[in-house]
Write a protein that binds this ligand. Structure first.
Ligand code: FMN
Length: 170
């Protein structure tokens, strides 16, 4: 198996079960790195050309406005092909019920024909929300496996459940 993880993750100010704190590494990045440890996958981090604000409440509003306008924001750099990989993990935080819009900018540039997709999220209660359905729009013929949702504040202890999910699905 040759695997790639395409993910979005935001450090800076974030919300953890009732309080705000500044973090150095986003929750989804912790998960992406565990997937690399388990599978040897390579990582591609999707980054917005103009990052969301560090301030949580401002970021919430920016992401909501962008989603309402169905905007595909420009990225710092784009991945142009995934020919070398057969399995693609696609993940990110849940932003207003789905993946952050920059993920859709990236997915819209790729051809997922004959790929296996492993969807995952980190979240504060929404689970996978509508990410599987939304990924399907960009990968109509891919083999999309059941996804895994991890609560943001539990990411540091998520490696065993990630391993179980990967062993079961691949
Ligand atoms: C703009 C924004 C919108 C969010 N919307 C949701 C949501 O709809 N449902 C949910 O469960 N969590 C929501 N969250 C919480 C994040 O999904 C959660 O904190 C996630 O683990 C952050 O991942 P990251 O640190 O990799 O960016 C939202 C967070 C932000 C910043």
């Amino acid at each position: 198996m040759k695997a790639l993880v395409i993910y979005f993750s935001r450090a800076d100010e974030n919300y953890f079960g009732g309080s705000m704190k500044y973090i150095e590494k986003g929750n989804t990045e912790v998960v992406a790195e565990f997937i690399r440890e388990i599978t040897g996958a390579e990582l591609f981090k999707v980054e917005r050309k103009v990052p969301y604000s560090k301030d949580y409440m401002t970021c919430i509003k920016e992401a909501q406005d962008e989603q309402k306008r169905n905007e595909l924001p420009e990225l710092a750099k784009e991945l142009t092909d995934i020919n070398d990989y057969d399995t693609i993990f696609i993940g990110g935080p849940i932003y207003w019920g789905t993946l952050p819009q920059p993920m859709f900018t990236q997915l819209s540039k790729l051809d997922f024909k004959e790929k296996t997709i492993m969807p995952f999220s980190t979240h504060e209660g929404s689970g996978l929300a509508s990410i599987v359905r939304d990924i399907r729009k960009f990968a109509p013929t891919a083999n999309i496996k059941p996804g895994l949702a991890i609560v943001g504040s539990n990411v540091n202890s998520s490696k065993p459940s990630l391993k179980r999910w990967i062993d079961e699905q691949l």
